[in-house]
Design a protein around this ligand. Structure first.
Ligand code: GLU
Length: 418
């Protein structure tokens, strides 16, 4: 293991890759190339705080692969961000874009910071300095950031502006997940959640479970978790539990997601809402439900709790929520897993739509976006399911093999420079 990337999340990404590479007999040379990111940049970010002191934050951008097109991936602001985690997330982006068939490679960025401890102005200064430091890597034909945990449309707008200021003209296609007023796309904010819903519905159909009889527990109530819970509820499933960092709410009769969203808007903490019983994040994961949706951070389902899961379907809205040891236990228990690189690909698929619209300067209707997303993600789901069934392999291995194969083909025809 290269010491720079030595971190449990990167170990997980590489172990998953190795498993798939073994199953597909991937050539040794490609295996070596694909395991290590193409480019990794570490930057220090000295920021003038509101009290006039200077504080230095660490930032990263990792481009795992760009054989199939510009590298693509979000930017995470979280206190646990480090180079190894960013490298793992970048690798997953490479397989994700390839599996979906969108013409991007994989990248990820991050800053080690708890964004809610910064003022609006501090956050802007941090974002602009980060964008300026990684500027040499960026560009609509090179590497295109987007939102991830801890970042939002406003952060993307600052990155778009900082990039545009450097080149001297507006470049909307440099970033996705932007506000509509500067070239954002309709449907981008809810895209990951909508994709999670689309593939979960296909899995329910495959298993013969009607949506009206489906109960859902969602871990994480950020952008992905909240839209997922809302769309699931609107479609007729019973969302029985949701949680955020502080803990969760459980109501076997079903939670009123609209009400939770409304109360949250007015600043009420999830745990103070009297809409269900209070539970911990750990308890949420082992609730009896049809569909369990981890939509927070990585390594939540581990050897410690995997045997206690009581769901029929696990839809991985988060990146890397399940460890390798847990995977084997879930398979033994017959839990149908929709792996992260498939389940949460709706975000990057609509990012692709946003980038295409920006480049063409021609914008689509929301219904077109939803339909095109549905078509691409459902086709990836059914290809993966057919492959997994035919080869008698887990869904994750099937998804990884398809993604890796696309990238391997690109490398093989392009050859090795020099
Ligand atoms: N951060 C999201 C992900 O993990 C979206 C990336 C993008 O749209 O580029 O897939």
């Amino acid at each position: 293991m290269i010491p720079e990337f030595d971190h449990p999340t990167f170990h997980l990404a590489v172990a998953q890759f190795d498993q798939a590479a073994d199953a597909m007999n991937l050539h040794h040379d490609l295996r070596e190339r694909l395991k290590i990111p193409q480019r990794a940049l570490t930057v220090s970010l000295p920021i003038r705080m509101d009290d006039d002191t200077v504080k230095v934050f660490m930032g990263y951008r990792v481009q795992h692969d760009s054989a199939r097109g510009p590298s693509k991936g979000g930017i995470r602001y979280h206190p646990n961000v480090n180079l190894g985690e960013v490298a793992a997330l970048a690798m997953w982006m490479t397989w994700k874009t390839a599996l979906a068939g969108v013409p991007f490679g994989g990248a990820k960025g991050g800053v080690t910071v708890a964004p809610n401890t910064l003022s609006h102005k501090e956050l802007e200064r941090l974002t602009r300095r980060y964008a300026a430091e990684i500027f040499p890597l960026l560009g609509p034909d090179k590497d295109i950031p987007a939102t991830d945990i801890g970042t939002n449309q406003q952060v993307m707008a600052w990155i778009m502006d900082t990039y545009s200021q450097q080149v001297g003209y507006a470049v909307p296609g440099a970033v996705t997940g932007k506000p509509l007023s500067i070239g954002g796309s309709l449907g981008r904010e809810e895209a990951t959640g909508r994709g999670v819903f689309d593939v979960t519905l296909e899995a329910l159909r495959h298993l013969g479970i009607p949506l009206e009889k489906t109960t859902v527990a969602v871990q994480g109530f950020g952008n992905v978790g909240s839209h997922t819970a809302r769309i699931m509820g609107e479609a007729g499933a019973r969302v029985i539990a949701v949680s955020d960092l502080s803990g969760g709410l459980h109501n076997p009769q079903g939670l009123n997601i609209q009400e939770i969203l409304r109360l949250r808007q007015s600043g009420e903490p999830l745990l103070d809402m009297k809409l269900g019983d209070q539970i911990t994040n750990e308890e949420l994961l082992t609730l009896e439900c049809t569909v369990l949706i981890p939509a927070a951070v990585s390594e939540q389902i581990t050897i410690k709790n995997a045997a206690d899961l009581r769901c029929r379907i696990l839809t991985e809205a988060a990146n890397g929520p399940t460890t390798l040891e847990a995977d084997a236990i879930l398979a033994d228990h017959g839990i149908f897993t929709i792996p992260d690189i498939l389940a949460n690909s709706g975000g990057v698929i609509v990012s692709y739509f946003e980038w295409v619209q920006d480049i063409q300067r021609f914008f689509w209707k929301e219904s077109d976006i939803q339909q095109r997303l549905h078509k691409i993600i459902c086709s990836a789901f059914h290809r993966t399911l057919a492959f997994a069934t035919e080869k008698k392999i887990p869904m994750r291995t099937a998804a990884l093999m398809s993604g890796i194969d696309q990238v391997a083909q690109a490398h093989t025809v392009r050859g090795l420079y020099p």
